[in-house]
Design a protein around this ligand. Structure first.
Ligand code: GP9
Ligand code: MN
Length: 633
Protein backbone atom coordinates (compact mmCIF):
# COMPACT_ATOMS: atom_id res chain seq x y z
CA UNK A 1 0.00 0.00 0.00
CA UNK A 2 2.80 2.36 0.97
CA UNK A 3 4.74 1.59 -2.22
CA UNK A 4 1.69 2.39 -4.43
CA UNK A 5 1.28 5.81 -2.73
CA UNK A 6 4.93 6.63 -3.34
CA UNK A 7 4.76 5.66 -7.01
CA UNK A 8 1.76 7.88 -7.45
CA UNK A 9 3.60 10.71 -5.74
CA UNK A 10 6.64 10.19 -7.91
CA UNK A 11 4.48 10.32 -11.01
CA UNK A 12 2.86 13.48 -9.75
CA UNK A 13 6.27 14.97 -9.08
CA UNK A 14 7.44 14.12 -12.58
CA UNK A 15 4.25 15.61 -14.02
CA UNK A 16 4.73 18.79 -11.93
CA UNK A 17 8.33 19.05 -13.12
CA UNK A 18 7.22 18.79 -16.78
CA UNK A 19 4.53 21.47 -16.17
CA UNK A 20 7.06 23.78 -14.52
CA UNK A 21 9.56 23.27 -17.33
CA UNK A 22 6.88 23.99 -19.95
CA UNK A 23 5.69 27.08 -18.09
CA UNK A 24 9.18 28.54 -17.75
CA UNK A 25 9.83 27.88 -21.46
CA UNK A 26 6.54 29.57 -22.29
CA UNK A 27 7.41 32.52 -20.05
CA UNK A 28 10.69 33.11 -21.88
CA UNK A 29 8.93 32.68 -25.19
CA UNK A 30 6.48 35.46 -24.25
CA UNK A 31 9.37 37.56 -22.91
CA UNK A 32 11.18 37.12 -26.24
CA UNK A 33 14.48 36.11 -24.65
CA UNK A 34 16.95 35.59 -27.45
CA UNK A 35 20.43 35.73 -25.93
CA UNK A 36 21.89 33.13 -23.55
CA UNK A 37 18.56 31.34 -23.55
CA UNK A 38 19.82 27.99 -22.25
CA UNK A 39 21.70 29.51 -19.28
CA UNK A 40 18.67 31.59 -18.39
CA UNK A 41 16.26 28.69 -18.62
CA UNK A 42 18.47 26.42 -16.49
CA UNK A 43 18.97 29.10 -13.87
CA UNK A 44 15.28 29.78 -13.47
CA UNK A 45 14.57 26.07 -13.17
CA UNK A 46 17.34 25.77 -10.57
CA UNK A 47 15.86 28.64 -8.54
CA UNK A 48 12.40 27.08 -8.70
CA UNK A 49 13.84 23.70 -7.66
CA UNK A 50 15.44 25.52 -4.75
CA UNK A 51 12.07 26.90 -3.72
CA UNK A 52 10.69 23.36 -3.57
CA UNK A 53 13.73 21.86 -1.83
CA UNK A 54 13.87 24.56 0.81
CA UNK A 55 10.72 23.69 2.74
CA UNK A 56 9.84 20.43 4.31
CA UNK A 57 6.19 21.38 4.25
CA UNK A 58 5.59 21.89 0.56
CA UNK A 59 2.59 24.13 1.07
CA UNK A 60 5.04 27.02 1.65
CA UNK A 61 6.88 26.20 -1.57
CA UNK A 62 3.58 26.03 -3.45
CA UNK A 63 2.50 29.44 -2.10
CA UNK A 64 5.83 31.00 -3.08
CA UNK A 65 5.70 29.40 -6.49
CA UNK A 66 2.19 30.73 -7.00
CA UNK A 67 3.39 34.25 -6.08
CA UNK A 68 6.29 33.98 -8.55
CA UNK A 69 3.87 32.78 -11.21
CA UNK A 70 1.61 35.79 -10.64
CA UNK A 71 4.66 38.04 -11.11
CA UNK A 72 5.50 36.13 -14.29
CA UNK A 73 1.94 36.66 -15.48
CA UNK A 74 2.20 40.41 -14.82
CA UNK A 75 5.59 40.43 -16.55
CA UNK A 76 4.28 38.94 -19.78
CA UNK A 77 1.18 41.17 -19.82
CA UNK A 78 3.27 44.28 -19.23
CA UNK A 79 5.96 43.22 -21.68
CA UNK A 80 3.44 42.41 -24.40
CA UNK A 81 2.40 46.05 -24.46
CA UNK A 82 5.40 48.08 -23.31
CA UNK A 83 8.22 45.92 -24.71
CA UNK A 84 10.12 46.18 -21.43
CA UNK A 85 10.31 44.40 -18.11
CA UNK A 86 8.02 45.27 -15.28
CA UNK A 87 9.79 47.27 -12.60
CA UNK A 88 8.97 48.12 -8.99
CA UNK A 89 9.26 51.75 -10.06
CA UNK A 90 6.01 51.32 -11.93
CA UNK A 91 3.96 50.16 -8.93
CA UNK A 92 2.87 53.71 -8.17
CA UNK A 93 1.78 54.11 -11.76
CA UNK A 94 -0.81 51.33 -11.52
CA UNK A 95 -2.98 53.63 -9.44
CA UNK A 96 -3.82 55.50 -12.65
CA UNK A 97 -5.01 52.56 -14.64
CA UNK A 98 -8.61 52.30 -13.41
CA UNK A 99 -10.10 54.28 -16.27
CA UNK A 100 -8.38 52.43 -19.05
CA UNK A 101 -9.60 48.97 -18.01
CA UNK A 102 -10.98 48.32 -21.52
CA UNK A 103 -7.57 48.82 -23.02
CA UNK A 104 -5.89 46.64 -20.41
CA UNK A 105 -8.35 43.82 -21.00
CA UNK A 106 -7.63 44.18 -24.69
CA UNK A 107 -3.87 43.73 -24.25
CA UNK A 108 -3.94 40.91 -21.67
CA UNK A 109 -4.36 37.94 -23.98
CA UNK A 110 -6.13 34.77 -22.67
CA UNK A 111 -3.03 32.71 -23.55
CA UNK A 112 -1.09 34.55 -20.82
CA UNK A 113 -3.20 32.76 -18.20
CA UNK A 114 -1.33 29.55 -19.10
CA UNK A 115 1.50 31.01 -17.02
CA UNK A 116 -0.68 30.54 -13.91
CA UNK A 117 -2.14 27.10 -14.54
CA UNK A 118 0.60 24.86 -13.08
CA UNK A 119 1.06 26.99 -9.97
CA UNK A 120 -2.68 26.91 -9.25
CA UNK A 121 -2.78 23.11 -9.65
CA UNK A 122 0.27 22.62 -7.44
CA UNK A 123 -1.13 24.94 -4.82
CA UNK A 124 -4.53 23.21 -4.85
CA UNK A 125 -2.84 19.82 -4.55
CA UNK A 126 -0.89 20.81 -1.46
CA UNK A 127 -3.88 22.55 0.10
CA UNK A 128 -5.80 19.32 -0.33
CA UNK A 129 -2.93 17.34 1.14
CA UNK A 130 -2.76 19.73 4.04
CA UNK A 131 -6.51 19.32 4.73
CA UNK A 132 -6.31 15.54 4.61
CA UNK A 133 -3.18 15.60 6.75
CA UNK A 134 -1.89 12.83 4.54
CA UNK A 135 0.68 11.06 6.71
CA UNK A 136 3.30 10.34 4.03
CA UNK A 137 3.44 13.98 2.96
CA UNK A 138 5.61 15.41 5.71
CA UNK A 139 7.59 12.30 6.21
CA UNK A 140 8.49 11.84 2.57
CA UNK A 141 11.63 13.92 2.53
CA UNK A 142 12.65 12.92 6.03
CA UNK A 143 12.40 9.21 5.47
CA UNK A 144 13.34 8.37 1.91
CA UNK A 145 16.18 10.55 0.65
CA UNK A 146 19.55 9.26 1.62
CA UNK A 147 21.84 11.67 3.51
CA UNK A 148 23.92 11.84 0.31
CA UNK A 149 20.97 13.30 -1.66
CA UNK A 150 20.36 15.80 1.13
CA UNK A 151 23.95 17.02 0.88
CA UNK A 152 23.71 17.35 -2.90
CA UNK A 153 20.54 19.42 -2.49
CA UNK A 154 22.16 21.65 0.11
CA UNK A 155 25.23 22.14 -2.04
CA UNK A 156 23.06 23.01 -5.01
CA UNK A 157 21.13 25.57 -2.94
CA UNK A 158 24.35 27.19 -1.79
CA UNK A 159 25.77 27.37 -5.33
CA UNK A 160 22.59 28.76 -6.84
CA UNK A 161 22.17 31.35 -4.10
CA UNK A 162 25.80 32.40 -4.27
CA UNK A 163 25.57 32.92 -8.01
CA UNK A 164 22.35 34.88 -7.65
CA UNK A 165 23.81 37.19 -5.00
CA UNK A 166 27.11 37.71 -6.82
CA UNK A 167 25.54 38.40 -10.20
CA UNK A 168 22.82 40.82 -9.10
CA UNK A 169 25.25 42.70 -6.87
CA UNK A 170 27.55 43.15 -9.87
CA UNK A 171 30.42 41.11 -8.37
CA UNK A 172 30.52 38.81 -11.39
CA UNK A 173 31.02 41.01 -14.41
CA UNK A 174 30.85 40.15 -18.05
CA UNK A 175 28.44 40.03 -20.96
CA UNK A 176 26.83 36.74 -19.99
CA UNK A 177 26.14 37.92 -16.44
CA UNK A 178 24.75 41.25 -17.70
CA UNK A 179 22.59 39.37 -20.15
CA UNK A 180 21.32 37.07 -17.39
CA UNK A 181 20.66 39.88 -14.90
CA UNK A 182 18.62 41.71 -17.54
CA UNK A 183 16.58 38.71 -18.63
CA UNK A 184 16.47 35.92 -16.06
CA UNK A 185 13.28 36.11 -13.97
CA UNK A 186 14.76 35.95 -10.46
CA UNK A 187 18.00 37.81 -11.19
CA UNK A 188 16.17 40.64 -12.94
CA UNK A 189 13.56 41.19 -10.25
CA UNK A 190 16.05 41.00 -7.39
CA UNK A 191 18.44 43.44 -9.06
CA UNK A 192 15.49 45.71 -9.94
CA UNK A 193 14.46 45.83 -6.27
CA UNK A 194 18.08 46.39 -5.20
CA UNK A 195 18.46 49.28 -7.67
CA UNK A 196 15.18 50.77 -6.49
CA UNK A 197 16.39 50.69 -2.89
CA UNK A 198 19.83 52.05 -3.79
CA UNK A 199 18.27 54.79 -5.97
CA UNK A 200 21.65 55.39 -7.56
CA UNK A 201 22.00 58.48 -9.70
CA UNK A 202 24.56 58.58 -12.41
CA UNK A 203 24.86 61.51 -14.70
CA UNK A 204 27.46 62.49 -17.20
CA UNK A 205 27.31 66.15 -17.99
CA UNK A 206 29.00 65.99 -21.35
CA UNK A 207 26.84 68.34 -23.39
CA UNK A 208 26.13 71.61 -21.71
CA UNK A 209 22.79 73.34 -21.84
CA UNK A 210 24.66 76.47 -22.78
CA UNK A 211 25.78 74.85 -26.04
CA UNK A 212 22.20 73.84 -26.84
CA UNK A 213 21.03 77.36 -26.09
CA UNK A 214 23.84 78.89 -28.13
CA UNK A 215 22.75 76.79 -31.10
CA UNK A 216 19.19 78.09 -30.65
CA UNK A 217 20.41 81.67 -30.53
CA UNK A 218 22.57 81.22 -33.62
CA UNK A 219 19.41 80.63 -35.61
CA UNK A 220 17.46 83.58 -34.22
CA UNK A 221 16.63 86.04 -37.03
CA UNK A 222 16.95 83.46 -39.81
CA UNK A 223 14.14 82.47 -42.17
CA UNK A 224 10.70 82.10 -40.53
CA UNK A 225 11.86 83.51 -37.21
CA UNK A 226 8.99 85.21 -35.37
CA UNK A 227 6.30 84.59 -38.00
CA UNK A 228 3.93 83.90 -35.11
CA UNK A 229 5.12 86.74 -32.92
CA UNK A 230 2.39 88.15 -30.65
CA UNK A 231 -0.19 85.86 -32.25
CA UNK A 232 -2.34 83.49 -30.24
CA UNK A 233 -1.06 79.94 -30.07
CA UNK A 234 -3.27 76.87 -30.08
CA UNK A 235 -1.48 73.55 -29.63
CA UNK A 236 -3.58 70.43 -30.15
CA UNK A 237 -2.23 67.18 -28.76
CA UNK A 238 -4.15 64.48 -30.59
CA UNK A 239 -4.74 61.18 -28.83
CA UNK A 240 -2.92 58.24 -30.49
CA UNK A 241 -2.34 59.96 -33.84
CA UNK A 242 0.39 58.27 -35.87
CA UNK A 243 2.09 59.67 -38.92
CA UNK A 244 1.42 56.74 -41.23
CA UNK A 245 -2.18 57.88 -41.85
CA UNK A 246 -1.08 61.27 -43.16
CA UNK A 247 -1.07 61.68 -46.94
CA UNK A 248 -2.21 58.06 -47.32
CA UNK A 249 -5.17 56.54 -49.05
CA UNK A 250 -6.96 53.54 -47.71
CA UNK A 251 -9.18 51.58 -50.08
CA UNK A 252 -9.07 54.59 -52.44
CA UNK A 253 -10.04 57.14 -49.77
CA UNK A 254 -7.87 59.71 -48.00
CA UNK A 255 -7.78 58.94 -44.29
CA UNK A 256 -7.00 62.50 -43.21
CA UNK A 257 -8.09 64.76 -46.09
CA UNK A 258 -8.18 67.90 -43.93
CA UNK A 259 -4.66 67.48 -42.51
CA UNK A 260 -3.32 66.55 -45.95
CA UNK A 261 -4.68 69.83 -47.33
CA UNK A 262 -3.51 71.81 -44.28
CA UNK A 263 0.06 70.63 -44.82
CA UNK A 264 -0.03 72.07 -48.33
CA UNK A 265 -0.80 75.63 -47.26
CA UNK A 266 0.86 77.94 -44.72
CA UNK A 267 2.29 75.00 -42.81
CA UNK A 268 5.42 73.25 -41.63
CA UNK A 269 5.13 69.48 -41.62
CA UNK A 270 7.61 67.23 -39.83
CA UNK A 271 7.18 63.67 -41.12
CA UNK A 272 10.14 62.28 -39.13
CA UNK A 273 8.86 63.30 -35.70
CA UNK A 274 8.82 60.69 -32.88
CA UNK A 275 7.20 60.19 -29.52
CA UNK A 276 9.52 60.51 -26.51
CA UNK A 277 7.89 59.35 -23.34
CA UNK A 278 9.00 58.01 -19.98
CA UNK A 279 7.07 55.88 -17.52
CA UNK A 280 3.89 57.72 -18.43
CA UNK A 281 1.89 58.11 -21.57
CA UNK A 282 -0.30 61.04 -22.65
CA UNK A 283 0.82 63.17 -19.73
CA UNK A 284 4.50 62.54 -20.51
CA UNK A 285 3.89 63.64 -24.11
CA UNK A 286 2.52 66.92 -22.69
CA UNK A 287 5.42 67.27 -20.28
CA UNK A 288 8.17 66.65 -22.82
CA UNK A 289 6.48 68.84 -25.44
CA UNK A 290 6.18 71.82 -23.12
CA UNK A 291 9.45 71.52 -21.25
CA UNK A 292 11.90 69.92 -23.70
CA UNK A 293 13.10 67.73 -20.83
CA UNK A 294 13.16 63.94 -20.69
CA UNK A 295 10.29 62.39 -18.78
CA UNK A 296 11.02 60.16 -15.82
CA UNK A 297 11.14 56.47 -16.59
CA UNK A 298 10.09 55.61 -13.07
CA UNK A 299 6.51 56.78 -13.22
CA UNK A 300 4.34 59.51 -14.67
CA UNK A 301 6.37 62.67 -14.49
CA UNK A 302 3.33 64.78 -13.56
CA UNK A 303 2.67 62.59 -10.54
CA UNK A 304 6.30 62.37 -9.36
CA UNK A 305 6.96 66.08 -9.85
CA UNK A 306 3.55 67.66 -9.45
CA UNK A 307 4.91 70.22 -6.99
CA UNK A 308 8.17 70.92 -8.80
CA UNK A 309 8.96 74.09 -10.66
CA UNK A 310 9.21 73.84 -14.45
CA UNK A 311 9.95 76.51 -16.97
CA UNK A 312 8.55 75.48 -20.30
CA UNK A 313 6.34 76.92 -23.01
CA UNK A 314 3.39 78.07 -20.84
CA UNK A 315 5.70 79.97 -18.44
CA UNK A 316 7.73 81.49 -21.23
CA UNK A 317 4.62 82.72 -23.06
CA UNK A 318 3.13 83.96 -19.78
CA UNK A 319 6.17 86.15 -19.27
CA UNK A 320 5.47 87.59 -22.74
CA UNK A 321 1.97 88.59 -21.61
CA UNK A 322 0.03 85.54 -22.80
CA UNK A 323 -2.93 84.14 -20.92
CA UNK A 324 -2.48 80.37 -20.71
CA UNK A 325 -5.05 77.59 -20.47
CA UNK A 326 -5.18 73.82 -20.87
CA UNK A 327 -8.33 72.11 -22.19
CA UNK A 328 -9.26 68.45 -21.82
CA UNK A 329 -12.76 66.96 -21.68
CA UNK A 330 -11.89 64.37 -19.06
CA UNK A 331 -11.50 63.92 -15.32
CA UNK A 332 -9.80 66.79 -13.58
CA UNK A 333 -7.28 64.75 -11.61
CA UNK A 334 -6.42 62.18 -14.24
CA UNK A 335 -2.60 61.98 -14.65
CA UNK A 336 -2.42 64.55 -11.78
CA UNK A 337 -3.08 67.26 -14.34
CA UNK A 338 -4.94 69.56 -11.95
CA UNK A 339 -2.01 69.56 -9.52
CA UNK A 340 0.73 69.69 -12.14
CA UNK A 341 -0.68 72.39 -14.45
CA UNK A 342 -0.19 75.44 -12.19
CA UNK A 343 3.52 74.53 -11.84
CA UNK A 344 3.75 74.05 -15.58
CA UNK A 345 2.59 77.64 -16.04
CA UNK A 346 -1.12 77.28 -16.83
CA UNK A 347 -3.49 79.96 -15.54
CA UNK A 348 -6.60 77.85 -16.19
CA UNK A 349 -7.50 74.22 -16.67
CA UNK A 350 -10.80 73.60 -18.44
CA UNK A 351 -11.47 69.95 -17.63
CA UNK A 352 -14.59 67.72 -17.69
CA UNK A 353 -16.45 70.01 -15.25
CA UNK A 354 -16.09 72.96 -17.63
CA UNK A 355 -17.83 71.13 -20.48
CA UNK A 356 -21.33 69.84 -21.01
CA UNK A 357 -21.15 66.08 -21.57
CA UNK A 358 -23.59 66.27 -24.49
CA UNK A 359 -21.95 63.66 -26.72
CA UNK A 360 -19.86 60.69 -25.60
CA UNK A 361 -17.30 58.83 -27.71
CA UNK A 362 -14.89 56.31 -26.17
CA UNK A 363 -13.65 57.45 -22.75
CA UNK A 364 -15.78 60.58 -22.50
CA UNK A 365 -16.75 63.85 -24.18
CA UNK A 366 -16.49 63.57 -27.96
CA UNK A 367 -13.75 65.55 -29.64
CA UNK A 368 -16.35 67.23 -31.86
CA UNK A 369 -18.20 68.65 -28.89
CA UNK A 370 -14.95 69.34 -27.02
CA UNK A 371 -13.64 71.53 -29.83
CA UNK A 372 -16.96 73.32 -30.20
CA UNK A 373 -17.21 74.12 -26.52
CA UNK A 374 -13.52 75.09 -26.35
CA UNK A 375 -14.22 77.85 -28.85
CA UNK A 376 -16.53 79.46 -26.27
CA UNK A 377 -13.76 79.43 -23.66
CA UNK A 378 -11.14 80.67 -26.15
CA UNK A 379 -13.43 83.56 -27.13
CA UNK A 380 -13.43 84.70 -23.51
CA UNK A 381 -9.67 84.58 -23.11
CA UNK A 382 -7.57 87.67 -23.11
CA UNK A 383 -5.40 87.90 -26.26
CA UNK A 384 -2.73 86.91 -26.94
CA UNK A 385 -3.41 83.53 -25.43
CA UNK A 386 -1.93 80.08 -25.36
CA UNK A 387 -4.54 77.31 -25.55
CA UNK A 388 -3.36 73.74 -25.12
CA UNK A 389 -6.08 71.31 -26.22
CA UNK A 390 -5.82 67.59 -25.50
CA UNK A 391 -8.21 65.38 -27.46
CA UNK A 392 -9.68 62.11 -26.18
CA UNK A 393 -11.99 60.27 -28.62
CA UNK A 394 -9.28 58.46 -30.56
CA UNK A 395 -8.15 56.48 -27.53
CA UNK A 396 -7.63 52.73 -27.73
CA UNK A 397 -9.69 50.64 -28.72
CA UNK A 398 -10.85 53.34 -31.19
CA UNK A 399 -14.51 52.44 -31.33
CA UNK A 400 -16.36 55.24 -33.12
CA UNK A 401 -20.15 55.55 -33.27
CA UNK A 402 -21.62 54.35 -36.59
CA UNK A 403 -22.63 57.85 -37.73
CA UNK A 404 -19.01 59.07 -37.45
CA UNK A 405 -17.62 56.34 -39.70
CA UNK A 406 -17.02 57.84 -43.13
CA UNK A 407 -14.40 55.43 -44.48
CA UNK A 408 -15.52 52.34 -46.36
CA UNK A 409 -13.47 49.54 -44.84
CA UNK A 410 -12.38 46.41 -46.66
CA UNK A 411 -14.25 43.33 -45.43
CA UNK A 412 -11.26 41.90 -43.52
CA UNK A 413 -10.74 45.12 -41.59
CA UNK A 414 -14.26 45.39 -40.18
CA UNK A 415 -14.27 44.91 -36.40
CA UNK A 416 -10.46 44.88 -36.25
CA UNK A 417 -8.35 47.27 -34.19
CA UNK A 418 -6.72 48.44 -37.42
CA UNK A 419 -10.10 49.11 -39.04
CA UNK A 420 -11.29 50.92 -35.91
CA UNK A 421 -8.13 53.01 -35.95
CA UNK A 422 -8.64 54.08 -39.58
CA UNK A 423 -12.14 55.28 -38.65
CA UNK A 424 -10.77 57.06 -35.58
CA UNK A 425 -8.02 58.85 -37.53
CA UNK A 426 -10.61 59.97 -40.04
CA UNK A 427 -12.93 61.10 -37.23
CA UNK A 428 -10.31 63.37 -35.62
CA UNK A 429 -9.55 64.76 -39.07
CA UNK A 430 -13.24 65.71 -39.44
CA UNK A 431 -13.22 67.30 -35.97
CA UNK A 432 -10.08 69.32 -36.69
CA UNK A 433 -11.60 70.58 -39.92
CA UNK A 434 -14.76 71.66 -38.10
CA UNK A 435 -12.66 73.32 -35.37
CA UNK A 436 -10.63 75.41 -37.84
CA UNK A 437 -13.87 76.35 -39.58
CA UNK A 438 -15.30 77.54 -36.26
CA UNK A 439 -12.14 79.49 -35.45
CA UNK A 440 -12.58 81.26 -38.79
CA UNK A 441 -16.27 81.90 -38.15
CA UNK A 442 -15.42 83.44 -34.78
CA UNK A 443 -12.60 85.62 -36.07
CA UNK A 444 -10.02 83.62 -34.15
CA UNK A 445 -8.17 82.06 -37.08
CA UNK A 446 -6.11 84.76 -38.82
CA UNK A 447 -4.24 85.79 -35.71
CA UNK A 448 -3.52 82.30 -34.40
CA UNK A 449 -0.71 79.79 -34.87
CA UNK A 450 -2.04 76.22 -34.73
CA UNK A 451 0.22 73.27 -33.95
CA UNK A 452 -1.06 69.70 -34.14
CA UNK A 453 0.83 66.57 -33.08
CA UNK A 454 0.22 63.02 -31.86
CA UNK A 455 0.82 62.11 -28.22
CA UNK A 456 1.96 58.53 -28.92
CA UNK A 457 1.26 55.52 -31.08
CA UNK A 458 -2.16 53.93 -31.32
CA UNK A 459 -1.36 50.61 -32.95
CA UNK A 460 1.05 48.44 -31.03
CA UNK A 461 3.42 46.53 -33.31
CA UNK A 462 3.76 43.79 -30.67
CA UNK A 463 0.16 42.74 -31.25
CA UNK A 464 0.31 40.03 -33.92
CA UNK A 465 -2.98 40.85 -35.63
CA UNK A 466 -2.34 44.59 -35.56
CA UNK A 467 1.17 44.05 -36.85
CA UNK A 468 -0.06 41.97 -39.76
CA UNK A 469 -2.79 44.45 -40.71
CA UNK A 470 -0.52 47.49 -40.55
CA UNK A 471 2.35 45.72 -42.33
CA UNK A 472 -0.04 44.70 -45.14
CA UNK A 473 -1.24 48.29 -45.39
CA UNK A 474 2.25 49.79 -45.38
CA UNK A 475 3.85 47.20 -47.61
CA UNK A 476 6.71 46.61 -45.17
CA UNK A 477 7.15 45.10 -41.75
CA UNK A 478 5.65 47.31 -39.02
CA UNK A 479 8.17 47.96 -36.27
CA UNK A 480 9.00 50.46 -33.51
CA UNK A 481 10.45 53.16 -35.76
CA UNK A 482 7.18 53.35 -37.68
CA UNK A 483 5.06 52.83 -34.56
CA UNK A 484 6.62 55.75 -32.67
CA UNK A 485 6.46 58.09 -35.66
CA UNK A 486 3.84 60.73 -34.95
CA UNK A 487 3.06 63.79 -37.05
CA UNK A 488 3.82 67.40 -36.18
CA UNK A 489 2.16 70.12 -38.21
CA UNK A 490 2.55 73.82 -37.45
CA UNK A 491 0.11 76.01 -39.34
CA UNK A 492 0.69 79.76 -39.50
CA UNK A 493 -2.15 81.43 -41.42
CA UNK A 494 -0.99 83.62 -44.31
CA UNK A 495 2.66 82.73 -43.74
CA UNK A 496 3.09 81.24 -47.22
CA UNK A 497 5.11 78.48 -45.57
CA UNK A 498 4.92 75.18 -47.37
CA UNK A 499 7.76 73.31 -45.77
CA UNK A 500 8.17 69.60 -45.26
CA UNK A 501 11.09 69.30 -42.87
CA UNK A 502 12.69 65.86 -43.01
CA UNK A 503 15.04 66.37 -40.04
CA UNK A 504 14.52 63.69 -37.43
CA UNK A 505 12.99 65.08 -34.25
CA UNK A 506 10.65 64.32 -31.38
CA UNK A 507 8.53 65.75 -28.58
CA UNK A 508 11.70 67.10 -26.99
CA UNK A 509 12.20 69.47 -29.96
CA UNK A 510 8.79 71.12 -29.84
CA UNK A 511 9.65 73.90 -27.39
CA UNK A 512 12.65 75.37 -29.25
CA UNK A 513 10.88 74.91 -32.62
CA UNK A 514 7.68 76.70 -31.63
CA UNK A 515 9.56 79.30 -29.57
CA UNK A 516 11.56 80.19 -32.70
CA UNK A 517 8.42 80.65 -34.80
CA UNK A 518 6.78 82.66 -32.00
CA UNK A 519 9.73 85.05 -32.09
CA UNK A 520 11.32 84.25 -28.73
CA UNK A 521 14.89 85.52 -28.95
CA UNK A 522 16.07 84.35 -25.59
CA UNK A 523 14.79 80.91 -24.64
CA UNK A 524 15.77 81.34 -21.03
CA UNK A 525 15.37 77.86 -19.60
CA UNK A 526 17.17 74.51 -19.61
CA UNK A 527 16.12 72.41 -22.58
CA UNK A 528 17.40 69.43 -24.57
CA UNK A 529 15.67 69.94 -27.92
CA UNK A 530 16.65 71.57 -31.20
CA UNK A 531 14.90 74.09 -33.38
CA UNK A 532 13.86 71.71 -36.15
CA UNK A 533 13.29 74.55 -38.60
CA UNK A 534 17.07 75.03 -38.89
CA UNK A 535 18.74 72.06 -37.17
CA UNK A 536 21.34 70.43 -39.42
CA UNK A 537 20.69 67.05 -37.89
CA UNK A 538 18.28 65.59 -35.37
CA UNK A 539 18.60 63.22 -32.45
CA UNK A 540 15.83 61.22 -30.82
CA UNK A 541 16.82 59.41 -27.63
CA UNK A 542 14.39 56.65 -26.73
CA UNK A 543 13.82 55.02 -23.37
CA UNK A 544 10.47 53.30 -23.89
CA UNK A 545 9.44 50.63 -26.41
CA UNK A 546 12.99 50.84 -27.75
CA UNK A 547 15.01 50.71 -24.54
CA UNK A 548 17.39 53.27 -23.06
CA UNK A 549 20.42 53.72 -25.28
CA UNK A 550 18.31 53.39 -28.44
CA UNK A 551 18.14 56.41 -30.72
CA UNK A 552 17.22 57.70 -34.17
CA UNK A 553 19.66 60.05 -35.84
CA UNK A 554 20.04 61.19 -39.42
CA UNK A 555 18.06 58.31 -40.81
CA UNK A 556 19.68 55.59 -38.70
CA UNK A 557 17.66 53.70 -36.11
CA UNK A 558 19.61 52.01 -33.32
CA UNK A 559 17.74 49.62 -31.04
CA UNK A 560 19.52 48.68 -27.83
CA UNK A 561 19.42 44.98 -27.06
CA UNK A 562 17.11 44.01 -24.23
CA UNK A 563 19.89 42.03 -22.56
CA UNK A 564 21.94 45.22 -22.12
CA UNK A 565 24.80 44.14 -24.40
CA UNK A 566 25.72 46.69 -27.07
CA UNK A 567 27.03 44.08 -29.53
CA UNK A 568 23.69 42.26 -29.48
CA UNK A 569 21.85 45.42 -30.61
CA UNK A 570 20.44 46.21 -34.04
CA UNK A 571 20.66 49.20 -36.36
CA UNK A 572 18.98 49.92 -39.67
CA UNK A 573 18.22 52.67 -42.14
CA UNK A 574 14.99 54.54 -41.32
CA UNK A 575 13.95 54.71 -44.99
CA UNK A 576 15.21 51.54 -46.62
CA UNK A 577 15.12 49.41 -43.41
CA UNK A 578 18.43 47.87 -44.53
CA UNK A 579 20.86 46.88 -41.73
CA UNK A 580 23.49 49.39 -40.63
CA UNK A 581 26.79 48.52 -38.93
CA UNK A 582 26.20 49.01 -35.18
CA UNK A 583 29.78 50.12 -34.70
CA UNK A 584 28.69 53.43 -36.25
CA UNK A 585 26.23 53.82 -33.38
CA UNK A 586 28.47 53.76 -30.32
CA UNK A 587 28.62 57.54 -29.93
CA UNK A 588 24.87 57.91 -30.43
CA UNK A 589 24.21 55.14 -27.91
CA UNK A 590 26.36 56.91 -25.32
CA UNK A 591 24.64 60.24 -26.01
CA UNK A 592 21.24 58.64 -25.69
CA UNK A 593 22.13 57.15 -22.29
CA UNK A 594 23.85 60.34 -21.08
CA UNK A 595 21.01 62.65 -22.14
CA UNK A 596 18.39 60.54 -20.41
CA UNK A 597 20.47 60.18 -17.24
CA UNK A 598 21.04 63.92 -17.22
CA UNK A 599 17.33 64.49 -17.76
CA UNK A 600 16.53 62.36 -14.73
CA UNK A 601 19.18 64.10 -12.70
CA UNK A 602 17.52 67.45 -13.46
CA UNK A 603 14.16 66.17 -12.29
CA UNK A 604 15.38 64.39 -9.17
CA UNK A 605 17.49 67.31 -8.00
CA UNK A 606 15.02 70.12 -8.76
CA UNK A 607 17.69 71.78 -10.90
CA UNK A 608 15.27 74.22 -12.59
CA UNK A 609 14.11 75.46 -9.24
CA UNK A 610 17.69 75.82 -7.98
CA UNK A 611 18.68 77.87 -11.00
CA UNK A 612 15.57 79.91 -11.74
CA UNK A 613 14.08 80.28 -8.28
CA UNK A 614 17.18 80.20 -6.05
CA UNK A 615 19.54 81.93 -8.49
CA UNK A 616 22.28 79.29 -8.55
CA UNK A 617 24.46 78.78 -11.63
CA UNK A 618 24.75 75.61 -13.72
CA UNK A 619 28.30 75.10 -12.47
CA UNK A 620 27.15 75.42 -8.88
CA UNK A 621 24.30 72.94 -9.13
CA UNK A 622 26.41 70.30 -10.82
CA UNK A 623 29.50 70.77 -8.65
CA UNK A 624 27.37 70.91 -5.54
CA UNK A 625 26.04 67.47 -6.28
CA UNK A 626 29.52 66.11 -7.00
CA UNK A 627 28.80 65.14 -10.57
CA UNK A 628 31.15 65.50 -13.47
CA UNK A 629 30.89 68.85 -15.15
CA UNK A 630 32.70 69.77 -18.29
CA UNK A 631 33.20 73.44 -18.82
CA UNK A 632 31.03 74.78 -21.60
CA UNK A 633 33.27 77.70 -22.37
C1 GP9 B 1 -6.80 60.62 -20.33
C2 GP9 B 1 -6.22 60.60 -21.68
C3 GP9 B 1 -5.72 59.23 -22.08
O1 GP9 B 1 -6.94 61.87 -19.80
O2 GP9 B 1 -5.30 61.61 -21.84
O3 GP9 B 1 -4.48 58.91 -21.58
P1 GP9 B 1 -3.61 57.68 -22.15
O4 GP9 B 1 -4.27 56.40 -21.69
O5 GP9 B 1 -3.57 57.75 -23.64
O6 GP9 B 1 -2.25 57.88 -21.57
MN1 MN C 1 -2.86 59.21 -25.01
Amino acid sequence: MKIITLEKKDLLKAFAAICIFTKVTLYYHYMEVSHNYIYILIMTLAYIAMVFFSFENKIYSAILYFIFSVIMFLDVGYFSYFNRNLSVDMIEAFGFLDDVTDSILEVVKPKFFLILVDSVLILLYFIRQEKRKFPTHDSFIRIYPSPKIKYIKSLMLILVLTFLILSVSGQIEGDVTTSIVNQEFFSYHISDIANYLKNEQNVCYKESFKQINTEYQRHVGKEWFGIGKDKNLIVIQVESLQDFVINKTYNGQQITPFLNALIQKDSFYFPNYFQQLGGGNTSDAEFVTHNSLYASFKSYTYSLYKNSYFRGLPWILKEKGYQTAAFHGYKKDFWCRAQAYPNQGFDEYYCENSFELDEVVGLGLSDGSFFNQSIDHLKNMQQPYYGFLITLSTHHPYIMPEEKKMIKLKDGDEESIFGNYIHAANYIDQCLEAFVKELKANGLYENTVIAIYGDHFGLNCKDEKVNKDVSDFLGFSYYYDEMMNIPLIIHVPNSKAQETIQTVGGHIDFLPTIAYLMGIKNLDTLFFGRNLIHANSGFVASQTYMLKGSFIQDGIVFEMSRDGIFSNSKAWDLETKKPVDINLCEEGYQKSVDDINLGNFLLENEILSKIYQNGQTLQEVFKMDNHSFESDS
